[in-house]
Design a protein around this ligand. Structure first.
Ligand code: TYM
Length: 325
């Protein structure tokens, strides 16, 4: 029997290359080795302000982009979190095992509370417990994520252990899996690439938009003039090359940057071309799917149906162990 893998993505805008390199590419590479379930986590996305009118569009976009990137729906389940009510039901149970102090220490909560000063709601605080419920509901063992989610998965392990100790062995302790790009920096070169910082390139960016964004991306800030030698070791554009360019290109750019044979514009042009080569097929396939939302909805509905079955069984085991039934 294959181990169960679970991961999720918020429908909070366009899927960006941070999500792609940090998580989605890894999901795709693990499809055959695990029994995989992926969720579009809309209940997580409502913990910050959003427009209800665009939520469905965002869900379809997130699903379509993931499928277009290679999440082959014949080899995994993909579904929308709010279509399986047991996620919130298990969250309530796990809340009773989670000390407030641990949640107060969560880095993402502290960051998001700072960014959303006027809307520090209980959902934002409880976000990691809902994430734990997502994983435990399916007895997930492997959880491929970017580095920013590792603290949440550690918490999931603690909560699983606590449940097992108090009520009886039921949940495996989920282990995180990192990709070779666990933390992609944004085009500002300073912050993690994220939707909220608006420092990203999306997977469905048009070629000219990719170039426009890259042309403004921060490079080695010590390189003031074209003739100054650059230092690829501290250049985020060079780091991005590592994920889109060949080894020989990397080698050449590294040498030619250090000797000022090429400037940042030349270097960015090569990156832009290579990015377009990889992302254009994803963009085309995504648009095809987005223009046929019914087929995407069908896939998501079928996924939710399978998940509801598993979720029901787990909840019945939970209630039974807890003396609730
Ligand atoms: P979300 O939607 O913010 O991001 C989805 C995945 O992309 C990764 N990621 C990155 N990786 C590298 N560099 C970056 N700049 C970058 N930005 C995002 C994230 O680490 C994540 O793996 N809480 C989760 C969603 C979630 C979940 C779950 C994940 C809900 N329930 C259960 C795993 C298991 C989140 O906000 O992801």
């Amino acid at each position: 029997m294959k181990k169960r893998l679970f991961s999720g993505i918020q429908p909070s805008g366009e899927v960006h290359i941070g999500n792609y390199l940090g998580a989605i590419k890894n999901w795709i590479s693990l499809l055959d080795d695990y029994d995989c379930i992926f969720s579009i986590v809309d209940y997580h996305a409502i913990t910050v302000e959003y427009s209800p009118g665009v939520m469905q569009e965002r869900i379809i976009n997130a699903a379509a982009t993931n499928i277009a990137a290679g999440l082959d729906t014949d080899r995994c389940i993909i579904f929308v979190q709010s279509q399986v009510p047991e996620h919130t039901e298990l969250t309530w149970v796990l809340n009773t095992l989670t000390p407030m102090g641990i949640l107060e220490r969560m880095t993402q909560f502290k960051d998001k509370a700072q960014q959303n000063e006027k809307n520090i709601n209980v959902g934002l605080f409880d976000y990691p417990v809902l994430q734990t419920a997502d994983i435990l509901l399916y007895k997930g063992q492997a959880v491929p994520v970017g580095e920013d989610q590792v603290q949440h998965i550690e918490l999931s392990r603690e909560i699983a252990r606590k449940f097992n100790t108090r009520y009886g062995e039921l949940f495996p302790e989920p282990q995180h899996i990192l990709s070779n790009a666990p933390r992609i920096m944004g085009l500002d070169g300073k912050n993690k690439m994220s939707k909220s910082m608006n420092n990203y390139i999306s997977l469905i960016e048009k070629p000219d938009a990719i170039w426009k964004k890259l042309s403004r991306a921060v490079t080695d800030e010590n390189r003031k003039r074209r003739d100054d030698p650059g230092n690829p070791d501290i250049c985020n554009v060079y780091t991005l090359h590592k994920y889109f360019s060949t080894d020989s290109e990397l080698d050449r750019i590294n040498k030619q940057c250090r000797s000022a044979e090429i400037g940042c514009v030349d270097c960015k042009k090569i990156l832009s071309e290579n990015m377009v080569k990889e992302l254009e097929p994803i963009r085309e396939k995504s648009l095809e799917l987005i223009n046929n939302p019914v087929s995407v909805m069908d896939t998501l509905n079928a996924g939710a149906e399978k998940c509801r079955k598993i979720a029901k069984e787990t909840m019945s085991e939970v209630r039974s162990l807890m003396g609730l039934r």
